[in-house]
Design a binder for this molecule. Structure first.
Ligand SMILES: C[S@@+](CC[C@H](N)C(=O)[O-])C[C@H]1O[C@@H](n2cnc3c(N)ncnc32)[C@H](O)[C@@H]1O
Length: 318
């Protein structure tokens, strides 16, 4: 069994790819910036510095526990700030629908260190805690319901699709057997079931044996890919011409969505290649600022190993 920790630990938050985000978004005084994933406010601190006393910063986060940190940030930000609590997929659509315009938008996906380091949120396989994983604690579906109430075949599909888990079927079957006797309610129990379902040698390769299943559950519980898919067009709709969008993703599923979206929006004519002349009249909406995803350098990785899977892409509205 895992150690049971019920007290949150205090973390020093380090924003990922900070210099690179700052360089690409190039925020200037007087601009309007949207930090769509406020978290611990690390990136917002940098944007506030770049706004240098004039402009606006709109912060969004689905997790209500960011509020006290936001209030501390607001006191010294030196610019007009607002926290909009909600899913960025919904909030960006509302802002765009109300003709709110922005010069720079950042979406830094996934969970924050604060969420990971609070065992009671149930995101971590490293500490025994209630199985939860909701970024929005008022959302109806937690990992506990998903694990105990989803049929085995669907569970295996989730592990395969969102976690690229090789032993998805075996793990889903082991979950099915276990929950017949008693519901799985704790992260530690789930880790034990996962370990029991995979061959012994596989438990020692490629990171923690529960890493992929935990990632898959988190993505499913929070509909992370659905939110990203629907937020990107609204983010672009909000940008003024010359406005910049940056997205940091933490696994290939997210990065693929961002890459395809930016490529599609940066394309001009979308007529089939054998058409002699263009009939679509399609104009590029974005110009990519990053041909390839930007990855953290050695110094950042040494200081912050959690940044290792981060990939940053950015584009400017033409
Ligand atoms: C990686 S952290 C952001 C860290 C932040 N950039 C910083 O420097 O402190 C991601 C944050 O985004 C929030 N988040 C994730 N998905 C979201 C969504 N769909 N809508 C709103 N907030 C979301 C999480 O609750 C979390 O606080």
């Amino acid at each position: 069994m895992l150690p049971n920790a019920s007290q949150p630990s205090v973390t020093d938050h380090v924003p990922v790819l900070a210099a690179e985000v700052r360089g690409l978004l190039a925020v200037r005084p007087g601009e309007t910036v949207v930090d769509a994933t406020f978290g611990a406010g690390g990136h917002s601190e940098l944007f506030a510095e770049d706004l240098n006393g004039s402009g606006k910063l709109i912060a969004i986060d689905v997790d209500p526990t960011v509020r006290p940190g936001f209030e501390r940030f607001r006191r010294h930000a030196g610019v007009q700030t607002r926290l909009l609590r909600g899913n960025f997929a919904v909030v960006l659509s509302q802002l765009a629908g109300n003709d709110v315009q922005a010069d720079a938008i950042l979406i830094d996906l996934g969970v924050s260190s604060m969420q990971l380091d609070r065992p009671e949120r149930g995101f971590s396989y490293a500490t025994d805690a209630p199985l939860d994983m909701r970024m929005d604690p008022s959302a109806p579906l937690s990992a506990r319901e998903l694990v105990n109430e989803t049929d085995e075949r669907e569970l295996a599909g989730i592990f395969r699709r969102f976690g690229e888990e090789r032993y998805a079927t075996q793990i889903a079957r082991a979950i099915g057997r276990t929950r017949k006797n008693q519901a799985i309610t704790r992260t530690g129990e789930l880790v034990d079931v996962i370990k029991s379902a995979i061959p012994t040698p596989a438990r020692f390769g490629d990171g923690h044996p529960a890493r992929r299943v935990f990632q898959a559950l988190r993505i499913a519980v929070n509909d992370e890919l659905g939110a990203l898919d629907s937020a990107l067009p609204d983010a672009v709709r909000m940008l003024r011409p010359g406005g910049r969008l940056a997205v940091i993703s933490f696994h290939s599923l997210e990065d693929r969505i961002v890459k395809r979206f930016m490529r599609d929006q940066a394309r001009g004519c979308v007529c089939p290649p054998d058409f002699p002349i263009c009939v679509c009249g399609h104009e590029p909406v974005l110009r990519e600022l990053t041909r390839r995803a930007v990855r953290p350098g050695a110094a950042e990785l040494a200081a912050n190993p959690r940044a290792s899977s981060a990939r940053l892409r950015a584009a400017v509205k033409v």
